[in-house]
Design a protein around this ligand. Structure first.
Ligand SMILES: NC(=O)c1ccc[n+]([C@@H]2O[C@H](COP(=O)([O-])OP(=O)(O)OC[C@H]3O[C@@H](n4cnc5c(N)ncnc54)[C@H](OP(=O)(O)O)[C@@H]3O)[C@@H](O)[C@H]2O)c1
Length: 491
């Protein structure tokens, strides 16, 4: 044995490493061996998406909530009066108080973890002679009552919409990207999630750590080849539940390194010693770079040996991530950019990229928003909201400005412009159109369903369209076909 292979091995650090990753339930037990090679909890399902519904107590909003729940979403309701909302919506929904016209109320309590928004807010409009507490006259949408606005449309439809958009913009505008770790936002989770996993587990003496420094995560330490070692790494504990990256193309790292070659390892198996899917990447000394790791280019590896005929990574259930600096590439080949000694790799973020772009902000607007003042419009033939736009505080004009805030936000959106809303049963055929010309009516039930389905349809992304019901009673079965028809209609 050479001298470098007889360095002092630190048994205490070995035990601490295994304990961190939950491999040793308690010191002295031998069950860690079973855990090491056995148990898996990868059968747990990923958490469903959380959708924020604004205008949750409204005629469309309350129906949107029901349908979201039926389709398995988690729902958070933005309401102005939680007590009133609880009476109306029951106990089974999360309620947060807020008012879109008051930006200070749109706190992280409202926006945290929200994956999409369906906005069904609207200026309160009612018959001049008043309405019933359940707003029957206003809601039925067939018989005409002289309307009046109760709130100021500029403040609700435009400023309010803009406030809501701004509150969620940064988290929803990264189309096709999902941030997994953002090291620029310090959080205690780092210590709880990431831990060092060095060659100590094989008798080596290398030592590394990850900590927050300079607005980034700093993976640093010393790598030594003593005792036939030669690797350092940081690995996450198993995610619980696992992360679902279905539909994404790969992982994107934002890193600044030291010119060395590192490995990124991703696992979909919660076993400690299972197959890791690896990708080697080179860093550029002291320069921030973006590294893209396509899932298709990952190499399945078991204990540094490549595995032939291995199934592809199950991206629907990612259980852990690891970053490594190793003397070895794969199957005994040497890392050409390796040198023992100190190293450092700074991390800004780890994200998934190339995901399907789906609408993340669905706005219920109104047919007619571009008609007030449009040349060639015969007001006699137009619906009341268009005819009386001025009398109603320019409600449609301000709705159009609200739409503009959504369209220019960078958030993938769908803007739904219903014709006259009714309380009639849903389940009708729907007709979508562009150009703001159609007239008709449509059930709030069907609009709610349309909004929820839009969240799942790439073809609904960044579209603005009008909608009315057709003559026949055939409910929409083919949502993809319906949204696909938008490419065919005139603009
Ligand atoms: N009526 C029609 O024929 C027709 C036609 C086309 C489009 N539209 C539009 O379709 C949308 C949905 O209609 P709807 O009948 O469901 O409306 P709605 O019943 O009047 O509901 C409006 C919702 O917006 C909420 N809201 C109002 N101001 C708010 C604020 N400042 N902050 C937070 N929430 C606020 C209301 O909450 P509160 O319970 O606290 O008041 C209510 O939940 C509206 O934008 C409407 O203008 C209507």
């Amino acid at each position: 044995m050479t001298e470098k292979n007889t360095a002092q091995w630190d048994a205490g650090r070995f035990v601490k490493t295994l304990a961190y990753f939950g491999v040793i339930p308690f010191i002295g037990s031998i069950s860690w061996l079973q855990q090491l090679f056995g148990s898996s909890n990868s059968s747990k399902k990923a958490t469903p998406k959380l959708v924020l519904v604004a205008g949750a107590t409204g005629g469309v909003g309350k129906r949107v909530i029901k349908r979201l729940q039926q389709r398995g979403y988690r729902v958070r309701c933005l309401v102005r009066d939680a007590k009133k909302a609880k009476e109306m919506l029951g106990k089974n929904v999360e309620l947060v108080e807020g008012d879109i016209t008051l930006p200070a109320t749109l706190t992280p309590l409202v926006t945290n973890n929200v994956a999409a928004v369906i906005c069904c807010t609207g200026t309160k409009v009612q018959p001049v002679e008043g309405d019933t507490p359940t707003r029957e006259k206003y809601y039925q949408g067939i018989k005409f009552y002289m309307p009046e606005v109760v709130d100021v449309p500029e403040i609700v439809e435009y400023q309010g919409l803009n406030n809501l958009v701004q509150a969620v913009r940064s988290q929803l505008s990264q189309a096709g990207k999902k941030t997994i770790f953002d090291f620029t936002k310090p959080s205690e989770d780092l210590k709880e999630t990431w831990g060092a996993l060095d060659d100590i587990v094989m008798g080596g003496t290398s030592e590394s750590s990850i900590r927050l420094a300079d607005n980034s995560g700093l993976f640093a330490g010393n790598v030594s080849v003593a005792n036939s070692g030669g690797f350092v790494s940081v690995r996450t504990r198993n995610f619980d539940p696992p992360i679902d990256l279905t539909g994404f193309s790969g992982i994107e790292l934002r890193v600044k390194g030291d010119g060395k070659r590192y490995k990124f390892i991703i696992r979909s198996d919660a076993k400690w010693d299972g197959i890791g899917y690896c990708y080697s990447f080179d860093t550029v000394y002291n320069i921030w770079i973006t590294v893209r790791i396509p899932f298709d280019e990952l190499i399945p590896v078991f204990r540094a040996k490549t595995v032939k005929d291995c199934p592809k990574l199950d991206t629907s259930s990612i259980s852990s991530l690891q970053l490594m600096l190793s003397k070895f590439e794969y199957d005994g080949a040497l890392n050409p950019k390796f040198s023992p000694g100190t190293f450092q790799l700074q991390l800004e973020s780890i994200s998934a990229y190339g995901g399907q772009v789906l609408p993340k902000f669905v706005m219920v607007s109104s047919a007619g928003v571009t008609r007030p003042g449009r040349p060639g419009i015969n007001l006699e033939e137009e619906p009341p909201a268009v005819r009386m736009n001025d009398m109603l505080g320019g409600i449609l004009t301000w709705k159009l400005k609200g739409e503009d805030c959504v369209r220019s936000s960078g958030i993938p959106y769908t803007i739904v412009r219903p014709c006259a809303l009714t309380e009639e049963p849903g389940g009708k055929a729907l007709i979508l159109d562009k150009g703001d010309n159609i007239k008709g009516k449509v059930s709030r039930e069907d609009i709610a369903e349309l909004c929820v389905r839009a969240l799942e349809q790439p073809l609904a992304c960044n579209e603005t369209f009008e909608v009315k019901e057709g003559e026949n009673e055939i409910a929409v079965g083919d949502w993809q076909g319906l949204f696909g028809s938008l490419n065919l209609v005139r603009t």
